[in-house]
Ligand binder design. Structure first.
Ligand code: ZN
Length: 124
């Protein structure tokens, strides 16, 4: 995602795709269509459950992909030794829901410390 225009175009495409998924969710929740006894609040409950799950799945997929780009090792920020990275589950509240991030974490045996190489700024 480079320019603001390209980003806005992509976001509009994503909104259209997600709105289509709303129809799928509605059919899943009420295969015969919602009865006349189903309130708007009940419909919102289904929509919000789907929305929160969509936020979780999207954020977890994207942060997981960033974490993979860091590779298997990273330099200790204190001594510079290359250290093996593992991932630690990190529950987070994000806009529109919650997600459990697979956060890369390194442990330097020389410094006896853990460190968290940031994925931000990693390019393809
Ligand atoms: Zn170190």
């Amino acid at each position: 995602m480079k320019s603001k225009e390209a980003r806005n175009r992509k976001l509009e495409e994503i909104r259209e795709i997600a709105a289509g998924w709303g129809k799928i969710i509605a059919r899943e929740a009420f295969p015969e269509g919602p009865g006349l006894d189903v309130s708007l609040a009940e419909m919102e409950e289904v929509a919000m459950a789907a929305s929160r799950a969509l936020v979780r799945g999207t954020v977890e997929a994207m942060t997981g992909s960033q974490g993979e780009k860091l590779g298997d090792e990273a330099a200790c920020p204190t001594c510079g030794k290359q250290c093996r990275l593992k991932t630690a589950a990190r529950p987070m509240v994000v806009r529109g829901g919650e997600a459990t991030l697979a956060e890369p974490v390194g442990h330097c045996p020389r410094c006896r410390r853990d460190f968290f190489p940031a994925a931000a700024g990693v390019e393809d």
